[in-house]
Design a protein around this ligand. Structure first.
Ligand SMILES: *[C@@H]1O[C@H](CO)[C@@H](O)[C@H](O)[C@H]1NC(C)=O
Ligand SMILES: *[C@@H]1O[C@H](CO)[C@@H](O)[C@H](O)[C@H]1NC(C)=O
Ligand SMILES: *[C@@H]1O[C@H](CO)[C@@H](O)[C@H](O)[C@H]1NC(C)=O
Length: 381
């Protein structure tokens, strides 16, 4: 048992060279969204990140398995990106919010089921050419997973053998709060007290450090999206303004309460007022009764400098498909947010033999869609 766990984590070799990691999620799920909402493997720039993480795989009878409705060829093609960047590492992610806790609860429950999972993971990763596993159980010991799972989780992973711990320093405010707030603020809002004063990157990362995690293993989460709100009173537009629901779905991501960065760029081009939230070092924007708290090039740069000053291990981005990967929405080039991290963290790509395929902004990726109005019906107060 012990041996299997060690092997699992040794699949990742030490990263020599670039001082900081830039770990990028490729979310394979938006496959039914229209146009740019569905990023293809060909759209990935293999020279952008130190690690590319394919999300997600599934669990079937305690074994790792291909995600529902996905093709195993996807895994192979994804790992073929390493032919164009010989320093690139690929990880397979298992879990996520929608995945639920059920399969994890069963899998960690006995030595036999844990053994089956671990053995299957090692075989699976080697078979498809992944360099490691990214475990995204949300979350052991809460949201339906019983308290004992906290302990079973530590038996499963034996934390000191982990190469990295990615901290999800986003989704810190959203329409569920009942008032406007930033998705991923670096610092606390002056108006928040009590437990809400913990909802910022600085508090969360310092807390991991204080509890004993090695800073070099801690990876700070960066969102390439924002959380949207419908203002209850369109004359109250600051942080903490009353709101009781999420904003209208974006034209591509089609989810209430969330816009990809490229959808936010369209909002800004169409008359939204952008405000730099100096206290928290992130922007927000509003127009009419629509409000979004998000990140841009400036906030990514500031946060990346902050993580360097604090000796953290690097950055992870959820998800590169929500960055303006075609470059056709924001007029900031391709992958403007992720490229900012690459530059600020000085992630070298000198060893990157290949080049990115040109973004497919012709054909089905209709470049003029970049200036289309997103769904912005004004709703009644
Ligand atoms: C689970 O994985 C183990 C180890 O790879 C294998 O022996 C077993 O047959 C698998 N079980 C199922 C149901 O696929
Ligand atoms: C670009 O889009 C067109 C039209 O959908 C498609 O035929 C072509 O294969 C795409 N090219 C690449 C490199 O993805
Ligand atoms: C691209 O979008 C424009 C504006 O909506 C539309 O008029 C045009 O027909 C589209 N072209 C293609 C090839 O889809």
């Amino acid at each position: 048992m012990q041996q299997s766990v060690i092997s699992l984590n040794l699949l990742l070799k030490a990263q020599l060279g670039s001082a900081y990691q830039l770990m990028c999620y490729f979310n394979s799920w938006p496959q039914y969204q229209p146009d740019v909402g569905d990023m293809k493997l060909d759209d990935i720039d293999p020279c952008l990140c130190t690690h590319l993480i394919y999300s997600f795989a599934g669990i079937w009878e305690n074994n790792i398995t291909v995600a529902k409705r996905k093709d195993l060829d996807d895994y192979k093609d994804f790992n073929d990106l390493k032919n164009r960047n010989n320093k690139l590492k690929t990880l397979l992610s298992i879990g996520c919010w929608n995945f639920g806790a059920g399969s994890f609860i069963t899998m960690v429950s006995t030595p036999k089921s844990r053994y089956s999972f671990i053995t299957s993971v090692i075989k699976f990763l080697r078979k498809y050419g992944f360099d490691g596993l990214n475990l995204a159980w949300q979350y052991p010991g809460c949201y339906g997973s019983p308290p004992r799972d906290r302990h079973l989780f530590t038996i499963l992973i034996q934390s000191r053998y982990l190469d990295y711990i990615q901290v999800m320093t986003y989704d810190l405010h959203g329409s569920w709060d009942g008032y406007t707030g930033e998705n991923s603020p670096l610092y606390k809002s002056p108006i928040e007290a009590g437990v809400k004063a913990f909802h910022n990157i600085k508090y969360i990362m310092d807390n991991w450090k204080k509890k004993g995690a090695s800073p070099k293993k801690l990876i700070v989460g960066f969102p390439a999206y924002g959380h949207t709100f419908i203002l209850s009173d369109s004359t109250k537009t600051g942080i903490g303004a009353p709101s009781n629901r999420g904003g209208h779905p974006g034209p591509y991501t089609k989810k209430t309460g969330l816009w990809a960065y490229y959808e936010i760029c369209t909002f800004l081009k169409n008359g939204a007022i952008e405000v730099w939230n100096a206290a928290q070092q992130v922007p927000y924007a509003f127009r009419g009764n629509e409000w979004v708290g998000y990140d841009n090039i400036k906030s990514f740069h500031i946060k990346a400098q902050w993580l360097k000053r604090n000796n953290f291990g690097g950055a992870m981005v959820w998800a590169i498909g929500m960055d303006d990967y075609t470059g056709s929405f924001c007029d900031q080039g391709t992958f403007p947010l992720t490229s900012t991290l690459k530059r600020t963290l000085k992630v070298h790509s000198a060893s990157c033999q290949g080049t990115a395929l040109p973004a497919n902004v012709t054909g089905s990726r209709n470049s003029s869609s970049g200036v289309l109005e997103p769904v912005l019906q004004q709703s009644s107060k």
